[in-house]
Design a protein around this ligand. Structure first.
Ligand code: SAM
Length: 282
């Protein structure tokens, strides 16, 4: 079954992010194994520098505090970063992992930010807008809370990221009669995201990023696979998920053997300026 035949189902992110462990595994994989190409490394550096020039910064959907992509600050970086997330589990993990001064953390929904208008130099929403049922609402909120000369940065994946793993997963789920859900990022991916930002910002620049997740072997790639939402959602029981894990492991071993197991990854960074004020009818 092609990827496009997967069923469309909006997954409540509170279920996916109730505990920190799966996200921490994925962030750990990106931090350790992402080899970005030269142009992407330059892009990450330039965007990070640009964000730093626009403090204070609101980190929307901060997760475990450290982002998947090396773009922008961590919540632990300083007093001028306020991190927020829908998940109390993630916020607790940030608070307990930080050794320095307490990071500024708040529980909030990206679609309704608890901040005054024009109170930030920059807002970042890294790999999270696809979890918001209507990303346009979150974009409007980000535009509202930054100043006129402020910056909004959103990162996401491409719909064709990690084809090696997606193909193995799709083949195994179809073989075993499991549930194939549409990719989590479809709601706001590199291909569709820009258009959802244009109603809230006068200028939206789309910059592609790409590279490989250079896992040293299939076992390490496999830990990453087990932390993904599509693995968890393919079956309801642990026993069925174990069968799936076994099948995917066979497919990946056939492909990569005992050597390194690189996944092709890519996506986009949207750099937005010129927030458009919302005209209220009230
Ligand atoms: C894939 S993680 C990304 C975390 C981090 N920004 C990064 O780059 O690694 C998505 C995060 O967004 C949070 N999230 C999902 N929907 C949200 C919403 N409506 N408002 C705020 N946070 C949300 C999740 O709880 C999770 O921590």
């Amino acid at each position: 079954m092609p990827d496009s035949a997967a069923s469309k189902q909006f997954v409540d992110p509170r279920r996916l992010y109730a505990t920190e462990a799966p996200l921490r595994t994925r962030v750990g994989s990106f931090n350790r194994y992402l080899l970005a190409d030269r142009a992407s490394q330059d892009l990450f550096r330039d965007v990070t520098q640009s964000i730093a020039r626009h403090s204070p910064i609101a980190d929307i959907g901060c997760g475990v505090g450290v982002p998947l992509l090396p773009v922008g600050p961590t919540v632990m970086d300083g007093q001028d970063v306020i991190g927020g997330d829908l998940s109390l589990g993630q916020l607790r993990s940030v608070a307990s992992a930080s050794s320095g001064p307490s990071p500024s953390l708040l529980q909030f929904d990206a679609a309704r930010l608890p901040f005054r208008s024009a109170s930030f130099g920059c807002a970042v929403a890294r790999h999270m807008l696809y979890h918001v049922p209507d990303p346009r609402l979150a974009a409007a909120e980000a535009a509202r809370v930054i100043r006129d000369a402020g910056l909004f940065v959103a990162t996401t994946n491409s719909s064709s990221s990690r084809p090696e793993l997606q193909n193995a997963h799709t083949e195994a789920v179809v073989d075993l009669g499991g549930r194939l859900v549409e990719r989590m990022s479809t709601n706001f991916d590199a291909e569709s995201g820009g258009e959802k930002l244009t109603g809230s910002f006068r200028r939206v620049r789309t910059e592609p990023w790409s590279g490989v997740l250079a896992f040293p072997n299939v076992d390490v790639l496999f830990d990453y696979y087990r932390s993904t939402a599509y693995f968890k959602m393919a079956f309801d029981t642990e026993a069925d998920r174990e069968r799936l894990a076994g099948r995917v492991s066979e497919i990946l071993r056939l492909r990569f053997g005992e050597g390194s197991a690189p996944l092709t990854v890519g996506g986009a960074i949207f750099i937005c300026t010129g927030p458009i004020p919302v005209i209220s009818n009230l």
